[in-house]
Design a protein around this ligand. Structure first.
Ligand SMILES: Cc1cc2nc3c(=O)[nH]c(=O)nc-3n(C[C@H](O)[C@H](O)[C@H](O)COP(=O)(O)OP(=O)(O)OC[C@H]3O[C@@H](n4cnc5c(N)ncnc54)[C@H](O)[C@@H]3O)c2cc1C
Length: 602
């Protein structure tokens, strides 16, 4: 049987209150009640909910999946509807939504830990509130007053859910190819706003249909008749499953249909729908914001959504690690080197190595993704506009790294968890295989790893010629020097590795930017995924270095801090140092591209 999930509360609290700048976030306008004790209480309650209500759904959801009938009605897996009701009842849906729309207004920094718990306990379930949150952000920022009044209160409470409809068969990474059509109706729609007829097919729509709530608010990208070609001609529409009348009452069903649900590798309980709009009488939608600016609106919320998927990678890794550790501490196989008594496989050098890799990488992923969340809080709410824009630049820089690195790492870590189980990992009984299957989507949706890498190099690094990167590296070097100055061998070793890593990353960034400047784009982008991954390992090392500094000051107080020092040292020597070799792939450029084409494109 799969091991139960235990939320790693002490690890989360360490990152939220000791590693990230909790005090700075708590000083933001609207956060006057945010004390460490409040954060602790929220996390403890979320831990209870995730362990008792969501975690038991994980295997059931995987085995039963979501089902669609001939009428296109979707039934979620057993237990999901009841758990969703409890989730909404407890007020979890609006945790980080603004208080203006009845949310609780908690910062992303605290929500990051809560979202980690939802995703670790049952990723298929967590996707539903995650997509709703994306739709809420879009309407909060760009919706009309009528749209905010009609949809937001019920979406924030969770009475209705939201979806994002971007993808079409010919438009995946390349959203310029979106072909769904929208044209103005000569009359208002049932909500009283000017109506648009929406016609087209969307694929892979997460929670595109389900039986958890009475209404679903779809956000749909489509083209108006006069739209320019490409990305500058895409508009955003809100298309409710059931019409919402001007007084807020529910009207008739809109003309949209679930054609089918995808059969997929993992997240079986998350319904992934093919949606058809306007096949019969015409689906009625309402324009969000101005015409032709839909993709731009989507991009304003991209940071949040990408951070959430990075956190999914972290969460599923933690769950897989817990499972692997529990198994390795039970299973006995052969004599462990240097031991006379029977010891479980956790003590075999290679199993110990796998567990150390998993745990130290998870610590680094958690620290980096929560740090990015804190940057988004500061960017959104810092009253000083110069400071807010500096935090925004830092958040913009970190997000593609968090998304790409945490999700790619999750496929490694969940695979290591399978390996620790041996054959019991490959068969489905232990649950290790499910984590491996579930994790695999995280590198694909919300922009594949290559798309994150393109964004990192082509936008984030290129637009300021690496200026933000240099700031980060200078802070990293400062951490390294502080470590080197501590009278502790371990800290000094971490400091020395961090200085080396900083030099390697700086050189790699310079080489990529130089290739771009010389218009050698193929050479530059041949190295963009290795560059974003190298950045993840190095920035993860920086966070581990910062953790070591905190731990060093407190190491006589509790074994927890001694373990933090050991994890940071292990990460530096066993994870970061070997990964510095990625710099070769960053710089291999045109030659590597030509070689790969020569032996593959035959
Ligand atoms: C389970 C699931 C849930 C999803 N949920 C949603 C949802 O709720 N809403 C929604 O709108 N969509 C959703 N998607 C769609 C998802 O976002 C897309 O699958 C993703 O953006 C990739 O598009 P694609 O599948 O067409 O792959 P493609 O774009 O065809 O990519 C194929 C390969 O080519 C690479 N590639 C493509 N372009 C480039 C480039 N410019 N540079 C380098 N490499 C490139 C990619 O990295 C990838 O390796 C979901 C998908 C799945 C499988």
């Amino acid at each position: 049987m799969p091991a139960d999930y235990q939320a790693p509360l002490n690890e989360m609290q360490f990152v939220v209150t000791e590693l990230c700048d909790f005090n700075q976030v708590a000083a933001l306008p609207g956060q006057q009640d945010l004390e460490p004790s409040l954060a602790e209480a929220v996390l403890s309650e979320a831990a209870r909910f995730s362990q008792e209500v969501l975690s038991p759904l994980n295997v059931v959801g995987d085995q039963a999946g979501a089902k669609v009938n001939a009428q296109g009605e979707v039934a979620c897996a057993p237990g999901f509807k009841q758990a969703y009701g409890q989730f909404v009842e407890a007020g979890w849906n609006g945790l980080s939504c603004s208080t203006e729309h009845n949310g609780q207004g908690l910062p992303q920094l605290v929500a990051a830990a809560v979202n980690e718990m939802w995703n670790a306990s049952c990723m298929s379930f967590a996707l539903c509130p995650m997509l709703t949150a994306g739709a809420i952000h879009a309407l909060e920022r760009h919706g009309s007053e009528t749209q905010k009044r009609l949809y937001l209160p019920k979406m924030v409470s969770g009475e209705w859910t939201g979806t994002m409809n971007l993808t079409e068969p010919q438009a995946g990474s390349d959203l310029a190819a979106v072909a769904t059509k929208a044209w103005p109706l000569n009359e208002s729609g049932p909500s009283g706003e000017p109506g648009y007829c929406i016609h087209g097919t969307k694929i892979y729509i997460t929670y595109g249909n389900h039986d958890l709530t009475e209404n679903i608010i779809h956000l749909v990208l489509a083209r108006l008749p006069d739209a320019p070609e490409g990305v500058k001609g895409i508009s955003l529409f809100v298309v409710p499953k059931h019409h919402v009348l001007a007084n807020g009452d529910l009207g008739e069903a809109n003309d949209l249909k679930t054609v089918s649900l995808e059969h997929k590798l993992g997240i079986h309980a998350s319904p992934t729908a093919v949606m058809s709009y306007g096949e019969a009488s015409g689906a009625v939608g309402y324009l969000v914001g101005e015409p032709h600016r839909g993709l731009e609106y989507m991009f304003t919320m991209m940071n949040d959504a990408r951070l959430q998927v990075g956190i999914q990678g972290l969460a599923i890794s933690e769950r897989a690690y817990q499972q692997a550790l529990a198994y390795a501490q039970e299973r006995v196989q052969g004599r462990v080197l240097g031991q006379t008594d029977a010891k479980p496989i956790a003590y075999h050098p290679d199993v110990c190595r796998l567990l150390g890799q998993m745990k130290s990488r998870i610590d680094a992923m958690r620290a980096l993704s929560y740090e990015a969340a804190a940057m988004l809080d500061m960017a959104a709410h810092c009253p000083d506009s110069n400071q807010a824009s500096a935090f925004q630049s830092r958040g913009d820089f970190l997000i593609p790294v968090v998304k790409a690195w945490c999700t790619e790492s999750s496929t490694d870590i969940t695979s290591m968890a399978v390996q620790v189980h041996g054959g019991m990992g490959y068969v489905e009984d232990t649950g290790a295989a499910q984590h491996f299957r579930d994790a695999r989507i995280t590198t694909i949706y919300e922009g594949t790893t290559a798309i994150q890498a393109n964004d990192f190099l082509g936008r984030k690094l290129a637009r300021d010629q690496g200026a933000e990167a240099k700031k980060v590296l200078s802070e990293l070097q400062d951490t390294a020097r502080q470590l080197s100055g501590r009278g502790h061998e371990g800290c000094q070793a971490i400091g020395a590795i961090l200085l080396k890593a900083s030099a390697v990353l700086e050189e790699s960034i310079d080489a990529s930017l130089e290739a771009l400047q010389k218009k050698q784009s193929v050479a530059a982008f041949m190295g963009s995924v290795p560059l974003v991954m190298l950045s993840g390992y190095v920035l993860g090392g920086w966070m581990m270095g910062r953790a070591a500094l905190v731990a060093y000051e407190k190491k006589d107080r509790a074994p927890f801090y001694e373990r933090k020092l050991q994890a940071a040292l292990f990460y530096s020597q066993q994870v970061l140092l070997p990964q510095l070799g990625l710099a070769h792939a960053v710089k291999a450029g045109q030659q590597a591209y030509d070689q790969a084409c020569a032996f593959t494109q035959v």
